[in-house]
Design a protein around this ligand. Sequence first.
Ligand code: 6PG
Length: 486
Amino acid sequence: MTQQADIGLIGLAVMGQNLVLNMTDHGFKVAVYNRSPQKTEDFLAAEPENTHLIGTYSIEELVNSLKAPRKVMLMVKAGEVVDLFIDQLLPYLSEGDIIIDGGNSLYTDSERRTKTLQEKGIQFIGTGVSGGEEGARFGPSIMPGGNSAAWEAVKPIFQAISAKADNAPCCDWVGDGGAGHYVKMVHNGIEYGDMQLIAESYHLMRYGLGMSAKKCQKVFSKWNKGVLDSYLIEITAEILKFTDKDGEPLVDKILDAAGQKGTGKWTGISSLELGIPVTLITESVYSRCLSALKDERVKAQAHFGKPPKPLKLEKDDRKAMLKAIHDALYASKIISYAQGYMLMREAAKEFGWQLNYGGIALMWRGGCIIRSTFLGEIKNAYEKNPDLSNLLLADFFTKALEDSDENWRKAVTFAISQKIPVPALSSALAFFDGYKTANLPANILQAQRDYFGAHTYERVDAPRGEFFHTDWIQSGGRVSSTTYEV
Ligand code: 6PG
């Protein structure tokens, strides 16, 4: 076989197939391979006119059909399968060839793969690809990281097939090692947060205010024309429009037990490991876990009694409450993104990545699941001040939070009084209040730790880093402290 393909792709599931067609649309020749040959045959048979497609039936044939440096992209299940394919590829690859993993891999795996492959002279790229089937077909958001030496060879393909926002590709180099997959993981965490916020807002409308699915749909459609304009709000409105065979909203027939594949959980784990309070995303993961305990919840409702009936408000009051819910959603979304960016900043420090925060906002601006107008504002904030320490301190977001403050509290108070759980909306508010409180009650925690475990504490009237211990029991309430050298 002549070496004619620009890139090879392994794994012809939905995402893989769509990415391949996107590449051939842009004039790239793509060699494809799938573990089951039938899938390759079916795929080729469905594309009889596509002269840019090359079917291959062994790893060797795939590799031999590629131009040097060879680029092989894996679109297979994250985890062990990626390592299995890498092992199968290695005997056929030469120094400088590139393996790309486009699945939702754990960033530590990508970190490891970059290192071990580099030692073998093979360049590795671990890339986030977001946007589902349609994104993959017509323009996903692509977040590549790994071995930077490989980027120039892959860039023309990735930037051509990616979504565009303000004429710029939603794809750029993220950073070394696992940086691409880390940023994709945070993207997914934010996706969980956005979805949970929307679900809580819907819950308030539907069961707090007693609105029909159709009325909720109208509200979401309206919101999609303002500051909340985003893919997830848009599809929520679409979903609420959908009816089942009996004419009832399909959403009412869907069991309220959420699934998850793990990327939100990884974001929560990473936030705990790095000590960054990414409360909203983590609450969103827990909300999915709580929703999955369907049987227990049904029993508990029978035990504790039903939540109150929806509150029937006068038209103007209902309008005002809807505005409050809108503002609560918007403000909480700002908190969620600020937390996600805090996490990325800390991870960059920890792993030695040079992350371009405005660039990441641009990559998420189009093509991906969290695409929104809002991300344009984040990009602007970092463009104005690349050293911005926290998004909440950017003028635009400070003002948005101040403008939403009263309504945010109103919506959360309403939820509490109606016994409607709003963990994301309320934990975002608790974070905001905590973040801007100069004196928190952690002095009590420190005293308790010192009391029962001699864990020591710092004093407000001594330099940071100087630690004290009080013999709380022996001194009987009198001052008695000992300074420790740290
Ligand atoms: C994307 C999505 C995608 C993710 C699904 C399902 O960016 O296109 O994030 O990568 O796998 O949204 O995720 P959960 O099953 O964990 O909800």
